[in-house]
Design a protein around this ligand. Structure first.
Ligand SMILES: Nc1ncnc2c1ncn2[C@@H]1O[C@H](COP(=O)(O)OP(=O)(O)OP(=O)(O)O)[C@@H](O)[C@H]1O
Length: 265
């Protein structure tokens, strides 16, 4: 089945990077994600949209096992990256998170220098042979995050001294420095002004060349601008998933139609 016609059904893509089957998430007695099946393509930006509390962030956090850090959260079902079960006991969540980077709603640089923020992941994962190697990784990551020109003369200054938009790009540089294959972004622009938002959106489009990007957003305009695929969640269900253009112009499900036309949410 192609991915343009589905209602709480399995969704497939030609080259799935991430495959989820029968995913349930519980927080104690709260059933937050209900039987979600989805396949997410490589080199694609996929947007998760839906009303507040529908489970977008919860499902996003399943993809790098961030829910493991929430004691009352319980994840069931099967999630694979390139066919590998990421919940297998042999998978080290720290290694997994190097491969599946995450950028959060609020820029959260470490209280360290700009350089050390970006070098942190490569250092703990032993990705560089020597200082020159690490310098190169840091420079490349800052370039990829479109922050190099603004940061190159102040690499030893604190990351927290940057503007909000620069801090978010620093967090993106920190995430890409470990050469991830997937980048998860949880409302990455919600704390940014329109100019910084435009810069981050432009960056997301460039990042797609190298990564699969999954972005949670409350802004339907943003989803329409940056994503090729959109998933609409409602009350823990993945209601509809498909080409972004189709979801926004001719959704199949009345709940999607209501949300995009502003009647729910
Ligand atoms: N740490 C937590 N502990 C308990 N319940 C939680 C926790 N995180 C989320 N939930 C519950 O799980 C459900 C889904 O929440 P989630 O944050 O995933 O939704 P969301 O769609 O991302 O919402 P928003 O758009 O408001 O960020 C909600 O009912 C929420 O209250």
């Amino acid at each position: 089945m192609k991915d343009t016609n589905m209602t709480e059904n399995a969704v497939t893509t030609d080259t799935p990077k991430i495959t989820a089957r029968g995913v349930q998430v519980y927080y104690g007695d709260t059933h937050a994600i209900k039987d979600v099946d989805v396949e997410i393509a490589a080199n694609t930006v996929t947007a998760f949209i839906g009303p507040s509390g529908c489970g977008k962030s919860t499902f996003l956090r399943c993809i790098n096992r961030m829910n493991d850090t929430i004691p009352i959260a319980r994840v069931e079902g099967d999630i694979r990256i390139d066919g590998e079960d990421i919940y297998d006991k042999r998978v080290d969540p720290v290694q997994l998170r190097a491969k599946v980077g995450m950028v959060f709603q609020k820029p959260n640089p470490f209280p360290k220098s700009i350089y050390d923020n970006v070098a942190y992941g490569p250092r703990i994962h032993g990705l560089s042979k020597n200082k020159a190697d690490l310098d190169e990784i840091v420079e490349n990551a800052l370039r990829r995050a479109a922050l190099w020109d603004e940061a190159k003369d102040r690499l030893q200054q604190p990351g927290t001294g940057l503007s909000g938009g620069q801090q978010q790009r620093l967090c993106i540089a920190r995430a890409v420095a470990t050469a991830p294959e997937i980048l998860l972004m949880d409302e990455p622009c919600s704390a940014l002004d329109p100019i910084a938002t435009a810069q981050v959106e432009e960056l997301i489009d460039e990042l797609r060349q190298n990564y699969s990007v999954v972005i949670v957003t409350h802004s339907m305009q943003q989803a329409a601008r940056v994503s090729q695929k959109t998933a609409f969640f409602h009350l823990g269900h993945l209601v509809e998933y498909g080409e972004t253009g189709k979801i926004f112009t001719s959704p199949e499900d009345p709940r999607t139609e209501s949300y995009i036309s502003g009647r729910i949410g």
